[in-house]
Design a protein around this ligand. Structure first.
Ligand SMILES: Nc1ncnc2c1ncn2[C@@H]1O[C@H](COP(=O)(O)OP(=O)(O)OP(=O)(O)O)[C@@H](O)[C@H]1O
Ligand SMILES: [Mg+2]
Length: 284
């Protein structure tokens, strides 16, 4: 089977006022159609930059990103992105937010009236699927965090993307709402035949949701390791899984890799120096 996503020797160098900064180097991995891949790693190792490049929102410095064997040329409706902060338009209602991308495509020549009708119908189905029908005319500021994130996901799904890119989408939610969203996303994965690349700080979330977990390491950002998870199929997964010995062992191994590569040791060394200074001052 062909890859849905193929990232080949990708590197990213930012030009800053202090000179060049290498954010990512030689990143390579493949994602099969229908696969759920999570990406974890220390803060600042380049996870969001990688996702933005794949979304076409940021340029790459070298290497290439192929979607269904074609190099990406910029943002396209085959890829949709969901951000941590929901990024809804506050002046639009729930339904208007979900249908927003129709405004963008309406001006394209390939867009037909049939497409518009199909998308309008799909937006109503997505509202229902996300349990948002009763708030379709509400404005984002009147919704809970979980509801806002469901609006953002529905909006991303409207154009039937092949790949859903999610950057810490549940980071701002409480633990219970997060669990509800986990089960929702697993159902969507099965129903919509999506391929998902998902960035998170939460290793438990990554091991629960993903088929494979990529650990990125900083300095500059590179692939440290890739872990096949081997959980039951999406629709058979239950929250109890998180307490199974196999699950906890996998979570422990991935956490250990993140700790080993995060530079935390040097942070602790600085802390020791700091406390040593304070102790010396107290003694004198
Ligand atoms: N536009 C930019 N110009 C210069 N440097 C940038 C730019 N965007 C990101 N960086 C740098 O690239 C590195 C990776 O940033 P990125 O936001 O991708 O990290 P991250 O892994 O998503 O971090 P976090 O887990 O905290 O969200 C950081 O050192 C950041 O300062
Ligand atoms: Mg980030």
């Amino acid at each position: 089977m062909n890859d849905r996503l193929n990232v080949r020797a990708l590197s990213k160098r930012f030009a800053t006022s202090e000179g060049c900064f290498d954010a990512l180097t030689d990143i390579s991995f493949r994602v099969a159609p229908g696969e759920f891949v999570a990406c974890v790693g220390a803060s600042g190792c380049g996870k969001s930059t990688l996702l933005r490049i794949i979304a076409g929102l940021e340029s790459l410095s070298s290497g290439e990103v192929l979607v269904d064997d074609h190099p990406i040329l910029g943002p396209d409706r085959d890829r949709a992105m969901v951000f941590q902060d929901y990024s809804l338009y506050p002046w639009l209602t729930v339904l208007e937010n979900i249908r927003f991308s129709l405004r963008l495509t309406a001006n394209r020549r390939a867009h037909t009236l049939g497409d518009a009708h199909g998308a309008a119908e799909r937006s109503m189905l997505l509202l229902e699927l996300m349990g948002l029908t009763h708030v379709r005319d509400a404005y984002p500021h009147t919704l809970s965090g979980g509801m806002r994130q469901r609006v953002a996901i529905a909006r991303a799904l409207l154009t039937k993307p092949h790949i859903l890119l999610m950057d810490e989408p549940f980071g701002a939610l409480d633990a219970q709402t997060r669990e509800v969203m986990h089960d929702l996303i697993l159902h969507l994965l099965a129903l919509e035949r999506l391929t998902i690349l998902f960035v998170t700080h939460d290793v438990e979330e990554a091991v629960y949701l993903a088929d494979r977990v990529i650990v990125l390491a900083p300095g500059p950002g590179h692939v440290d390791s890739i872990w096949p998870i081997g959980q039951p199929p999406a629709l058979e997964r239950t929250q109890d899984l998180k307490r199974s010995p196999g699950f906890l062992a996998m979570e422990g191994k991935i956490l250990a890799r993140i700790r080993a590569t995060s530079g935390l040791q040097s942070d602790i060394a600085v802390l020791h120096r700091l406390t040593g200074q304070i102790d010396r001052r107290a003694a004198s």
